[in-house]
Design a protein around this ligand. Structure first.
Ligand SMILES: Cc1cc2nc3c(=O)[nH]c(=O)nc-3n(C[C@H](O)[C@H](O)[C@H](O)COP(=O)(O)OP(=O)(O)OC[C@H]3O[C@@H](n4cnc5c(N)ncnc54)[C@H](O)[C@@H]3O)c2cc1C
Length: 286
């Protein structure tokens, strides 16, 4: 149920020894240097494959991947998959992946705080994250616990916007079109700082590089590792399109059965029919 469309089954396995060659950062550069660029350019798989394109869609830089990571990735793609290299999810990511995670965390009495934006990260003397400044974006009515899920046809789902009725000044926030997830949203109703040792032991920092670059200046100043990590990683804009149509797949001209097709022509180089996600109550063509 929760197999991810792009993730090879078992991709957490280690390729023995691959870690030792990670200091070598030139596998794709080497392809160029050894005259194999023609293969790369002619091979849709190598040259156009989603992940390699994501690394540098405009081809402004020579591809640079750690050798061990690349070796592992290519071996997993070629030999490590189970049944098929690409899988379709049986439900949307929110419901298939995050609802179960959230349920487990709640069952373990983990406190999940919504509506908080990280505004700055400061280091300890040895370069670890020592302090996290947070801006609170909204408060719940009567300080009650925010309930994020809505029940749709027997499934707990994540709605595409907050439940405004649970928030203080929710109607106004909704009318103002506030998007708490936007980088440009500076709305704040409070602030607090979390400190290592007092509020947390370990941080899982799961923000993209562009977002981190804005709030991690103090970390970059004190740590060369942070400087390198943030100086050499980039975010890449992507685009996606969803079409809801009445005809079935074969009627649209694709007669080879279900597929997840990738490495096709730009600008939309991957496509799949996800009709199986349509719930019976949504009716034909919805
Ligand atoms: C159109 C599209 C289709 C895709 N399809 C697939 C697929 O089929 N299979 C697959 O495996 N992958 C797919 N991917 C890739 C996958 O979605 C990403 O790799 C994945 O979501 C990355 O997860 P993440 O947690 O690292 O980052 P994100 O999902 O980007 O999460 C980062 C989070 O940080 C939050 N954040 C940012 N700044 C702050 C701040 N200052 N304070 C607090 N929070 C902040 C953001 O709001 C965001 O929620 C797809 C991506 C796109 C765009």
């Amino acid at each position: 149920m929760v197999e991810n469309a792009y993730n090879c089954a078992g991709s957490n396995r280690d390729v023995p020894g691959s870690g030792h060659i990670n200091t070598c950062h030139v596998p794709l550069q080497a392809i160029e240097q050894h005259g194999l660029s023609e293969i790369r350019d002619k091979s849709r798989y190598l040259g156009e494959y989603h992940y390699f394109r994501i690394l540098d869609p405009r081809r402004e830089h020579v591809f640079r991947l750690a050798a061990g990571v690349t070796l592992r990735f290519v071996l997993e793609m070629a030999f490590g998959y189970r049944n098929a290299p690409l899988w379709k999810m049986a439900a949307s990511t929110g419901e298939a992946v995050f609802t179960p995670f959230y349920d487990v965390l709640r069952a373990r009495c983990v406190s999940v705080k919504f509506f908080h934006r990280v505004t700055q990260l400061r280091p300890t003397d040895d370069g670890r994250i020592g302090e996290i400044d947070l801006s609170e974006q909204a408060k719940t009515k009567n300080d009650s616990l925010y309930q994020p899920l809505v029940h749709v046809n027997g499934v707990d789902c994540w709605p595409n916007q907050p439940d405004w009725t649970q928030l203080c000044s929710g109607t106004k926030l909704e009318q103002d079109g506030i998007d708490f997830e936007s980088s440009f949203c500076t709305i704040t109703v409070g602030a607090r700082t979390l400190m290592v040792g007092r509020d947390f032991d370990i941080v899982v920092l799961a923000m993209p590089p562009e977002a981190l670059n804005r709030i991690a200046e103090p970390l970059k100043k004190t740590s060369r590792e942070w400087q390198t990590a943030l100086g050499t990683s980039r975010s890449v804009a992507t685009q996606a399109l969803q079409l809801w149509m009445l005809p079935k797949l074969a009627e649209l001209g694709w007669e080879l059965g279900p597929t997840v097709l990738t490495a096709f022509a730009e600008p939309y180089d991957s496509w799949t029919d996800m009709s199986h996600l349509r719930r019976p109550s949504e009716g034909p063509g919805s």
